[in-house]
Ligand binder design. Structure first.
Ligand code: MF3
Ligand code: CO
Length: 249
């Protein structure tokens, strides 16, 4: 399976991303105090199935749910369950679908009710870092240009930048080469070509860079207990620049 997707594969990928973005938007619209993370998982899989797609995460390395729901100091990969959302929480919702063989992956972090100014700033800056990384997805640039752009935003705001998890190639599978770190040097790494598809996914914290891999085998939390935010899109490198296939309003 090539890292360069064909025009036909990209047409399907665009449809996959459209279904995913629409479904994530629907899931985020029901996030409120009193909802459980497993309610969100149920709603996501019901929504994508109606749209003709299948969950990409279910069964991935034995994962038992269809989305990841990471609350507060949970960075990524928290498994939906009995956790009930409360006013003041922040939640990262990370979802993937496969449609006609093409995989897309995306995440958004949102507030539950009213949150602190610091939590709001964390969310806004992480979102900005994703956009900064995406803007570097131009033919002739390198993966290091994406990484450096993401890092620059985190450093500017003195946020923790999680280094133990990275973005990745995507399309024929949830995770493909290359790794796309959220820190690095401009001009280094793989050169970007038309037809490459990447999932760029900054994970920032209000404290340090270090994370803990929890005993459930999935959940990643901040080592210092501070809040963390995560944003992710699936993007194609085209002649005309980056095409975000999981774009939301
Ligand atoms: N979006 C996640 C990532 O890129 C994929 C999660 S796979 C799951 O790391 F199995 F944990 F759901
Ligand atoms: Co991903």
């Amino acid at each position: 399976m090539s890292l360069i997707k064909t025009p036909d594969e990209i047409l399907i990928l665009v449809e996959s991303g459209r279904i995913l973005a629409e479904s994530v938007t629907k899931v985020l619209s029901v996030v409120e105090s009193g909802v459980t993370t497993s309610d969100l998982d149920d709603f996501f899989v019901e929504t994508i199935r109606k749209l003709g797609a299948k969950p990409a995460f279910l069964g991935y390395k034995g994962y038992t749910k269809t989305i990841c729901t990471s609350v507060n100091d949970q960075v990524v990969h928290a498994i939906p369950g009995k956790v009930t959302l409360a006013d003041g929480d922040i939640i990262g919702v990370d979802c993937g679908v496969v449609f006609e063989g093409m995989y897309t992956d995306m995440a958004r972090t949102v507030a539950v009710g009213s949150i602190t100014d610091e939590a709001r700033r964390l969310i806004e800056v992480t979102k900005e870092a994703l956009q900064a990384g995406i803007q570097q997805m131009i033919v002739g640039n390198t993966v290091g240009d994406i990484s450096a752009a993401v890092q620059a935003v985190g450093d500017r705001e003195k946020l923790g930048i999680v280094r133990d998890l990275v973005g990745h190639g995507v399309g024929h599978a949830v995770h493909e080469e290359p790794a796309v770190p959220n820190y690095g040097r401009a001009g280094t790494g793989l050169r970007l070509e038309v037809g490459m598809v990447l999932a760029v996914e900054p994970m920032f914290t209000l404290g340090g860079d270090d994370v803990i891999f929890e005993k459930d085998g999935w959940t990643v939390t901040t080592a210092d207990g501070t809040l963390s935010a995560h944003f992710e899109d699936t993007i194609v490198v085209t002649e005309a620049g980056p095409h975000i296939v999981t774009k939301t309003a």
